[in-house]
Design a protein around this ligand. Sequence first.
Ligand SMILES: NC(=O)c1ccc[n+]([C@@H]2O[C@H](COP(=O)([O-])OP(=O)(O)OC[C@H]3O[C@@H](n4cnc5c(N)ncnc54)[C@H](O)[C@@H]3O)[C@@H](O)[C@H]2O)c1
Ligand SMILES: [Zn+2]
Length: 378
Amino acid sequence: MNEISFRTTLYAGTNSLDRLVELQEEKIFIVTDPFIVESGMIDHVVRRIKQHANEYCVFSDIVPDPPVEKVVAGVKEMAEFKPTSIIAIGGGSAIDAAKAMKDFAMKIYHMDAIRVIVIPTTSGTGSEVTSFSVITDNEKNIKYPLVSDTLLPDEAILDAELVKTVPKTITADTGMDVLTHAIEAYVATGANDFSDALAEKAVRLVLRYLPLAYQHGEDIEAREKMHHASTLAGMAFNLAGLGINHSIAHACGGKLHIPHGRLNTIILPYVIEYNASLTDYRQREFSEAAMKYNELAKAIGLSPTNVRSGVKGLMKEIEQLRKKLNMPSSLKECGIDYNHFQKEKGALAEAALQDGCTNTNPIVPCKEDMESIIESMY
Ligand SMILES: NC(=O)c1ccc[n+]([C@@H]2O[C@H](COP(=O)([O-])OP(=O)(O)OC[C@H]3O[C@@H](n4cnc5c(N)ncnc54)[C@H](O)[C@@H]3O)[C@@H](O)[C@H]2O)c1
Ligand SMILES: [Zn+2]
């Protein structure tokens, strides 16, 4: 039996931020990062919640790849403030931190139900509609994906105007994260017709609009399509699961400190190759994942003559997109020292193997498989 549910209410399009004007006499805990405050973007929220006697408090200490300590500090402030609602505004880091804070605050301090409203300002993680929250342990240099339905936000506001300021490199990184979510969900063990439909649409939107959003940040149509693609891909992987692309990205992100989407981009061709398990031209039987990649190739308008050319065609499209976005193709190009990488390689493979996303990969990897993929990334 598959349970298909979408619990987060979406407010999308022009004036969607006006949903906040409907909040009345609430205690609102705003979780965000310093950029959102300094750029004045937070005023879009504050101006609206001030209209109806809401009390509010701002926690703006979130940093990329939010560490446990920030979550703990936020939980303490929440316990004192006792909010009725949380508004998370920012990229995946602020959103993930807010989701974890709410969960811990309710569990540790037995607080009453707290509504979580999420306003993404990057188009990438899909965290606004997922049961995931990725928190970093800086002592162990490990990123932990927490997974629980209690992490699902109640509401998400998708206003593409907020994304127009995202710089080129972050547009590329986050956009490729969307693509990776959709492709991983498409072949994950939990994939079904519903998640496939969401993933296919997300992939088509990314291929068409990410280069435009990258080239012309002010192009509101491209920004809006990417914003929607991000949420669609989030819905897809929340239903289907992810795979070892994300396991490896979590492991490497904790240790090598490269942005999440950039890591995903470097890993993607190797994981597709691994999951597809193509051998030679005489191959007659293909893995399920290979056949799904081939389906995806057709869904994006390619006309492969067989499964092998479908997989290769899809990989070529991704490679062309990566080049258009001027993204690195290896850890070496990211400036990672070879000796440092060699020293960490084994631990990275082990951490990736233990990561929660490994369970939903279409092929069960062993440590040697992980090591070999990680080795290719250099
Ligand atoms: N919960 C999930 O389902 C999920 C899925 C994938 C990734 N993640 C996690 O999300 C995090 C990455 O999130 P992200 O890629 O959105 O980046 P981020 O939240 O770390 O933000 C990256 C940078 O972009 C800046 N920024 C945000 N909005 C901006 C705007 N509108 N204009 C200009 N700058 C802006 C931020 O201030 C920050 O400096 C990682 O920790 C990753 O592991 C979570
Ligand atoms: Zn991701």
